[in-house]
Design a binder for this molecule. Structure first.
Ligand SMILES: Nc1ncnc2c1ncn2[C@@H]1O[C@H](COP(=O)(O)OP(=O)(O)O)[C@@H](O)[C@H]1O
Ligand SMILES: [Mg+2]
Length: 486
């Protein structure tokens, strides 16, 4: 694409009239620059991309997009905000790929990964070629790719959409984090359906207040646009039981479909029966009432299923088709995943790493546990500190044997993180074991017949980050080993 053509998408007040090289790629990482690239200088938290413009030119960059004038041998286009401009250019360069997809975005504190997997499965079972972008991986058809962020930044995101289009994907489902919304990583994404799961405390290190956090999530709904398109109708699928939905209804001009258990809603669940091996409930929809019997466990799983049904129903999938998929689904890696080596106690690995998700999982366990409940739990370093005492409190409230350990301590002292947790449980019974492997072994070696052990916080993760080092660590593998050695 010619530079002039590309820049038109920015609609500058004064059109750029300089040299007009062919742009063959766009990069904001100078290490990736190849001849013909447009290099975008982004001022980051730790590094300033402007410092790498010269190096990009030396590697053959054909043009530079910057926030100030730079003396270089190639055209330098100056804009006020290169990060914002990057989303526009990424969308334009890859041929506005999200317009050609049936795109479903999911936001909320908990349940994004699970809900996106459910929705993807339903579409795929219905015979569509699907794509998925989220925490565990990016998936195009049956191929998976590793991801760094739950929601990638605009360049990678639009490139992924383009790859999806090229490989015949019809429906793409993506998790949309609040960070991505605030930074504008998803600017330009033409969603058909935006789904809201729930809003509870998390990421207050970044958003400061719940008001700010709620507003961040509302962006997904306001960004559905203000037009009524008959060809590409827009839908907001909202959780009627979460008070934030009232605000999100106001944020959007899209058609609203609600789901819930407690409050009136378009799609409802009733008569929930929660057990250790699955959940049964009545699904009440405008198409009638159906009995669902699924392997997913807990009330929170029912919410994820209702959200998925809402998103698929507005996308034209039949209820019958959806129910078949839901009843079949085994679960999502690291979400209430059972480690079963034939032992006579239950071991559950779950990604719960927020107060609310920990509480939901423990509440669910309490509903079927017959004897003691062990919970092995820690809190991540370099992240929201306010949730530490809250998570400790919840652990002590529901578990008979809470064990506080390390999650990913990152650059914090793991012992200090445990001290922060302890602030919430003065005088309560718990056991601090800094080493996560030791903590898991302790629980497994002490558990007796009929007990339940929850290993919380890391779910599908296969590493542990201590300091700046990343070690191999998989709760499921460690638990399996410990059971075998017992
Ligand atoms: N709808 C929900 N409400 C509350 N907690 C949930 C819900 N869905 C999942 N969880 C809990 O949160 C954890 C993370 O779930 P996940 O689907 O990965 O959400 P996210 O992608 O939003 O982080 C799960 O392991 C489970 O403990
Ligand atoms: Mg996720």
């Amino acid at each position: 694409m010619k530079l002039h053509t590309l820049l038109k998408f920015l609609h500058p007040l004064v059109p750029y009239k300089g040299d007009n090289p062919e742009i063959t790629a766009i990069h904001n990482d100078n290490r990736l620059v190849e001849p013909g690239s447009l290099f975008i200088c982004i001022k980051g938290h730790t590094v300033d991309g402007h410092d790498f413009a010269q190096s990009a030119v030396e590697k053959g960059a054909a043009a530079i997009l910057a926030e100030r004038k730079l003396q270089l041998d190639v055209p330098v286009i100056v804009v006020n905000d290169t990060y914002r401009a990057m989303a526009v250019l990424a969308d334009a360069f890859y041929g506005q790929p999200s317009r050609k997809l049936h795109l479903v975005g999911i936001t909320g504190t908990n349940g994004k990964t699970t809900t996106s997997h459910l929705i993807e499965k339903i579409f795929s079972d219905a015979g569509q070629k699907t794509g998925l972008i989220g925490t565990i991986y990016t998936k195009i058809g049956n191929q998976t790719f590793e991801t760094k962020n739950t929601t990638p930044e605009s360049l990678r995101l639009q490139k992924t959409f383009k790859q999806m289009i090229d490989s015949g994907v019809e429906t793409a489902v993506m998790e949309v984090s609040s960070h991505a919304l605030v930074y504008g990583r998803v600017h330009g994404c033409d969603y058909n359906v935006a789904v809201f799961t729930n809003l509870t405390q998390d990421h207050l290190d970044y958003h400061k207040t719940m008001d700010e956090y709620r507003r961040a999530k509302s962006l997904l709904f306001s960004q559905l646009g203000n037009t009524f398109s008959h060809d590409k109708p827009k839908f907001a699928v909202l959780n009627a039981d979460d008070p934030a939905s009232r605000e999100y209804i106001q944020s959007t001009a899209a058609h609203v479909v609600t789901y819930g258990i407690d409050q009136p809603a378009d799609i409802k669940a009733a008569n929930l029966k929660i057990a250790a091996n699955g959940t049964v409930f009545d699904l009440i929809t405008p198409h009638g009432v159906e009995k669902i019997s699924m392997k997913l466990i807990g009330k929170f799983s029912v919410y994820n299923v209702l959200a998925s049904i809402g998103a698929c129903l507005v996308s034209g999938i039949s209820l019958k088709q959806m129910i078949k998929s839901i009843e079949e689904v085994e679960g999502v890696p690291g979400r209430f995943e059972l480690v079963n080596e034939g032992q006579d106690f239950a071991v559950i690995v779950d990604y719960a790493h927020t107060p609310d998700s920990l509480e939901n999982v423990l509440k669910t366990i309490k509903q079927f546990a017959e004897r003691n409940i062990y919970v092995v739990v820690g809190c991540g370093g370099d992240r929201d500190r306010t949730k530490r005492p809250l998570m400790a409190k919840i652990a002590c409230q529901y578990a008979t044997h809470p064990i506080f350990t390390s999650d990913n301590p990152r650059n914090e002292d793991p012992l200090q993180i445990i001290r922060d947790m302890e602030e919430g449980v003065k005088g309560k019974q718990y056991k601090p074991i800094v080493d996560r492997k030791e903590a898991i072994y302790y629980a497994i070696n002490n558990a007796q017949k009929g007990d339940v052990i929850l290993i919380a916080g890391k779910g599908h993760e296969t590493y542990q980050q201590i300091g700046s080092e990343v070690f191999d660590f998989d709760d499921r593998v460690v638990a399996k080993e410990a059971i075998e050695r017992r």
